[in-house]
Design a protein around this ligand. Structure first.
Ligand SMILES: NC(=O)c1ccc[n+]([C@@H]2O[C@H](COP(=O)([O-])OP(=O)(O)OC[C@H]3O[C@@H](n4cnc5c(N)ncnc54)[C@H](O)[C@@H]3O)[C@@H](O)[C@H]2O)c1
Length: 344
């Protein structure tokens, strides 16, 4: 198989995960890295033996680059995706796909107009073994019907975390704990729960009031068309980064994911279905370790000429639920899904 030429835009915190995953992937060859911080771009390029740019539009002119990874701030995902798709590159953007609905809709529109290139959205936690096992249980019905779900994210982000040019601001981050840290869990709830009937939720800034514009805490109640319901709570105001919890209650059993462990509670007995795997990436454990799996899967789809499953519209589902919780919090009303939420 021929390797696809690749570039990464944005060389901050998350880029190391992409760089390491690409270094071990025979399906990709890193040709260039881009960052407006020239010293950083040069250093990373030297380390990984590739070219560097400070202007991503210059990089997009390269014909030997077919895939672009976006590891930049939320508000840059939409314009960079659109430019890259129009330049004939496949795009794999970090979550969330954008900072607001309008920007996301523009991305989806462009992707729909350019079917020869693919847009993929990173939701690496869908690849975690407990997530896959929970999805299998929902789809197979092995424990009966899904009755209710719970998502719990209790993490810690101090004011120091927000000392960047883009975090903590509505215009550039698009929100706080909901759009950034807990979007993975919101995405899992909607992926596992199925079609949504309505959502009601609210946000607040509990510990960093006056320091950040955006929320550090959020909760929501989700009603699914199947009759199942979900509750969700996320905060950056906890004293530590606790393992994320997702619970699925079925008619005949309960599955509880706590971090990378999946427990089965059935007939009064508790057993472990999935145990944590070693962190080979050397990166923060709460990011999970499945970037590598999703990145490989994306390239396999590209090289096989098959549509990637977490594409723009699929990535939009979790993002849209986040946006609806903000909307519900703003209006104090539930957001009802009509089933005709066609965006492109
Ligand atoms: N999937 C996950 O679990 C996960 C975890 C962490 C972060 N993320 C996501 O990754 C993205 C980046 O987050 P981060 O924490 O690494 O951000 P960061 O601020 O650490 O890094 C962003 C980088 O982009 C560079 N940059 C800014 N403008 C640029 C431009 N015009 N051209 C090129 N480079 C530019 C900055 O100089 C910086 O180095 C965000 O979308 C975030 O939500 C995802």
């Amino acid at each position: 198989m021929t390797a696809l030429g690749t570039a990464i835009i944005g060389l901050g915190s998350i880029s190391g995960v992409h760089l390491k995953a690409l270094a071990g992937l025979e399906l990709a060859q890193l040709k260039a890295v881009v960052d407006i911080n020239e010293a950083l771009a040069k250093k990373v390029a030297e380390e990984y033996g590739c070219d560097y740019y400070t202007d991503y539009k210059e990089m997009l002119k390269r014909e030997d680059i077919q895939v672009v990874h976006l590891c930049t701030a939320h508000y840059l995902h939409s314009p960079m995706t659109i430019d890259a798709l129009k330049a004939g590159k496949h795009v794999l953007t970090e979550k969330p796909m954008a900072e607001n609905l309008e920007s996301a809709h523009k991305m989806l529109q462009t992707a729909a107009e350019l079917p020869e290139v693919q847009l993929g959205v990173i939701f690496q936690n869908r690849y975690n073994a407990p997530s896959r096992r929970m999805k299998q249980a929902v789809d197979s019905g092995e424990y009966g019907k899904l009755v209710c779900l719970k998502g719990l994210v209790t993490w810690n982000r101090t004011s120091a975390y927000y000392e960047t040019e883009w975090k903590g601001k509505w215009a550039t981050e698009g929100g706080g704990v909901l759009i950034n840290q807990s979007i993975h869990t919101v995405d899992l709830l909607q992926w596992l729960g199925g079609e949504i009937a309505f959502v009601k939720g609210s946000i607040s800034t509990d510990s960093l009031e006056g320091i950040i514009e955006v929320e550090d805490s959020a909760h929501a109640y989700i009603s699914f068309k199947s009759g199942a319901t979900a509750v969700f709570y996320a905060t950056n105001a906890y004293g530590r980064n606790s393992p994320v919890e997702v619970e699925l209650v079925f008619e005949q059993a309960t599955l509880l994911q706590r971090g990378d462990t999946l427990y089965l509670e059935q007939d009064g007995k508790l057993t472990i279905l999935e145990e944590p795997v070693a962190n080979t990436m050397g990166e923060k454990s709460y990011w999970g370790m499945s970037h590598e799996l999703q990145i490989r899967d994306f390239y396999e789809h590209l090289l096989a000429g098959k549509p990637f499953w977490i594409d723009g519209p699929e990535g939009y589902n979790g993002f849209r639920l986040v946006m609806d919780i903000y909307e519900s919090s703003r209006t104090g009303q539930k957001v009802v899904y009509s089933g005709t939420e066609v965006v492109v």
